[in-house]
Design a protein around this ligand. Structure first.
Ligand SMILES: Nc1ncnc2c1ncn2[C@@H]1O[C@H](COP(=O)(O)OP(=O)(O)OP(=O)(O)O)[C@@H](O)[C@H]1O
Length: 744
């Protein structure tokens, strides 16, 4: 038995058939594979009369046995019954085939439809292409299955009925249907709905994948009746000629296509249902065809052979599928291996007279089961009309309102008021303190000027102006003390405000949901206060610079006046013979001092030259950056960086040097105006005095200056070198601003 099965299983090595043909994948994965059904038609009259044997035995719903074993009749040899079989008789193949479903002779078209095509109707409305094709030898029942008779309507009819039923039920979609019907006869394509039209040609689209039939007309369908009328009319136009096997043999491959355009939920799905009734495969000898019929048969077989090759290539998963070998395979390209849910109904005759045809059909069908198709929906976005957009916007708005209703935003107005109020207090406090500081610094600068003026005179002289100077210094000092006192009064309030703001910031951090929102408000308010602080500092700095400039102007004008008078006095004394060496030395010392003021450069000043090269005539304030606070001994100081961009720089030429520290009266000092060099930075620390008055005096630069009243600083000239800051008034100005007034 096993041997027989093995033998039977290798009739054609290329087909690689096995004894048992089981479905490669389960029913759930069928959407990836071509579904294959086999239908066995009843014996026809001719088969009945010729006493043919039944070669197909339907075992159950999904399997059949081809060429089943028969009970061995008793075999007599010389009148004696033998135990062994009759060796002159052919062995039965007894092949077991399995398909998605097998329909026996008793099955109706309705049953075939219910089990096969009905299941793919919904896929059409999802945007999938679907195709059903009937395969089999001539007279095997393809046309009966696909088209049927008035009494027994076929798959095409039943599918259309179901399709229309589906459309009626689906109220939420708009479906437009169209139909086309073509036949491939003798390798010519003909429009069956418009039979008078010329032979149609196949075109491949630009992407090289899709085949279209150029000139094939798609008729729009508004009513179900129209679809049936089209089907009937197309069938009448089909090439049919009687053969020995079939009195009404269809000699062409017919492709009836229903094109659907489904619009739902703003999407457009386009799908196509193809129902293909293939011409029957036939053996010339078996069908008794001659002449034109033989030519027809050759072409039919040629295209069916091409179809078989495509099925084999697809089943083996080959990259190249020979669709181009025939018109039929080109047309069926997207129904077999393309983006399509495909159903094959293989029709077979049960009669031994069609033994070879049935066997070949079953082999084809088995190979077809292995074809896997990758299907995807043909969905595209519909370009909506204005009313549709309006409707969509309304729907979205309604959803938004619904979502917003579900969200509750916490009320942060209390927080906001609290933050704003605390920072408003801080702003006022800082403003008062800084303005007072500015007044104090300006006052102290005036004190320092008067102290300098005082130092120019002999304290023992009883000049009236000295009294005025001393009185003025005392008044200014009293004012400075008063300002310091007022600043000190603000200190507790400022500390309290700082603590409140620190606490508030901590509280904000604990608010999980609104923390970020509150932090934004907090940072904004903080920034506003800092901005105001900077504005006050800028104003202060401008005032200082103006004062210095005015002072320098006065000094220069005094020198201009004093120098000729001094020379005159010296000449007068000398002329009167009252000159003495001590007086001459003092005179020369005074000259040197005045020369120094005018800017003579001395040897060994290189480093200072580098350090203090920021001699500016005009200064422009660009921007300010605060580096915040330095806590030391309980006192706070604010460090501010000023970026000063000089417009022009007044410089001494490098060669304006005399040598060995000796000034050269022959060479007058020269100045040149140079364009600005890159930005110059000044770090300016603004001390914020603590409560402690001692500390205030010790740490506040201007007050320190005031304390130095009793012992005014005198430039150290022990090495016969003028102090660089005393030598050049401009430098002195800058140094005062940078080091004394603010940086201390
Ligand atoms: N299941 C069936 N039940 C009853 N009669 C059938 C059945 N199948 C086929 N027949 C009959 O068998 C005959 C041949 O069938 P059909 O024309 O459908 O064959 P075919 O495969 O289309 O042949 P061809 O390829 O030559 O067109 C028809 O008279 C048809 O009515």
């Amino acid at each position: 038995m096993l041997n027989r099965m093995n033998k039977a299983s290798t009739p054609n090595p290329k087909m690689n058939l096995k004894r048992s043909f089981s479905s490669a994948l389960g029913p759930d994965s069928s959407h990836l594979q071509v579904k294959v059904f086999v239908r066995v038609r009843p014996f026809n009259d001719r088969e009945k009369t010729c006493a043919c044997r039944k070669v197909v035995n339907v075992v159950d719903k999904s399997s059949l046995i081809f060429d089943p074993e028969e009970e061995d009749e008793l075999f007599y040899f010389k009148g004696v019954p033998q135990k062994s079989r009759d060796i002159t008789r052919r062995l039965n193949k007894n092949l077991h085939f399995e398909f998605d479903q097998v329909f026996d002779q008793e099955s109706t078209n309705q049953e075939v439809f219910e089990a096969s095509t009905k299941n793919i109707i919904s896929s059409i409305f999802e945007g999938y292409n679907c195709s059903v094709f009937a395969y089999g030898a001539t007279g095997a029942g393809k046309t009966f299955t696909m088209l049927g008779t008035p009494e027994h309507p076929g798959i095409a009819y039943l599918t259309i009925v179901e399709l229309l039923k589906f459309i009626d039920q689906a109220a939420d979609m708009k479906v437009t249907l169209g139909a086309s019907y073509l036949e491939v006869y003798n390798e010519n394509v003909k429009d069956l709905l418009y039979p008078s039209s010329a032979v149609l040609h196949l075109r491949e689209d630009a992407t090289g994948g899709r085949i279209t039939v150029s000139g094939l007309k798609v008729k729009q369908i508004d009513h179900a009746d129209e679809l049936f009328a089209l089907l009937s009319a197309g069938n009448r136009n089909r090439s049919q000629h009687p053969t020995d096997s079939n009195a009404e043999s269809s000699r062409s491959h017919a492709v009836f296509q229903v094109h659907a355009r489904i619009v739902s939920n703003g999407q457009v799905k386009i799908s196509k249902l193809s129902m293909i009734d293939l011409a029957g495969s036939e053996r010339g000898a078996a069908t008794g065809c001659r002449g034109i019929r033989f030519k027809e048969g050759s072409n039919i077989n040629k295209s069916l052979l091409a179809l078989g090759n495509c099925i084999n290539a697809l089943a083996d998963g080959l990259k190249h599928v020979p669709y181009r070998d025939s018109k039929l395979t080109r047309i069926l390209k997207d129904s077999l291996g393309g983006n399509c849910r495909t159903i094959m109904i293989a029709n077979v005759s049960p009669s031994s007279s069609s033994f070879e045809d049935t066997y070949n059909t079953l082999k084809y069908a088995t190979r077809t089961k292995c074809i896997k198709a990758t299907i995807s929906k043909n969905v595209m976005n519909e370009s909506l009309s204005i009313p549709q957009y309006k409707k969509m916007v309304q729907e979205l708005n309604a959803k938004l309102t619904e979502i917003q209703g579900g969200l509750s935003f916490p009320d942060i107005s209390n927080w906001k008021n609290k933050i704003e109020s605390l920072f408003e207090d801080r702003r006022k406090l800082y403003k008062e303190i800084l303005l007072l500081q500015s007044q104090g610094k300006l006052t102290n600068w005036r004190i320092s000027q008067k102290v300098q003026a005082l130092s120019h005179h002999d304290p023992s002289s009883k000049l009236q102006c000295l009294d005025r100077l001393t009185t003025s210094i005392s008044q200014l000092k009293a004012r400075s003390d008063s300002i310091c006192g007022r600043i000190a009064e603000y200190r507790p309030l400022q500390e309290q405000n700082d603590k409140q703001i620190e606490k508030l910031e901590e509280e904000i951090k604990k608010e999980e949901k609104i923390r970020h929102m509150l932090q934004l408000i907090f940072d904004y308010q903080k920034g506003m206060v800092e901005l105001e602080e900077h504005k006050i500092r800028c104003n202060h700095f401008e005032k200082i610079v103006k004062l210095k400039a005015k002072h320098e102007e006065n000094l220069n004008s005094t020198i201009k006046t004093v120098l000729p008078i001094l020379n005159q006095y010296h000449a007068l004394i000398k002329g009167n013979g009252q000159d003495n060496p001590e007086l001459t030395a003092k005179y020369e010392d005074a000259l040197r001092s005045l020369d120094g003021v005018k800017g003579v450069s001395w040897l060994g000043d290189e480093e200072e030259e580098e350090e203090d090269s920021e001699d500016y005539i005009q200064l422009r304030l660009n921007s300010i950056k605060e580096n915040d606070v330095d806590l030391q001994n309980g006192a706070k100081s604010l460090t501010t960086t000023f970026f000063l961009s000089p417009i022009y720089q007044l410089s001494k030429p490098k060669n304006n040097r005399i040598g060995n520290g000796t000034p050269s009266p022959a060479k007058k000092p020269k100045f040149i105006l140079k364009p600005t060099n890159p930005r110059v930075n000044f770090n300016i620390k603004t001390p914020v005095p603590s409560n402690n008055k001692e500390n205030i005096i010790r740490r506040t630069p201007l007050i320190s200056t005031a304390v130095k009243l009793k012992t005014p600083a005198v430039p150290n000239r022990s090495n016969n070198r003028p102090h660089p800051y005393r030598r050049t008034p401009l430098k002195q100005n800058i140094s005062n601003v940078a080091n004394k007034t603010i940086v201390n």
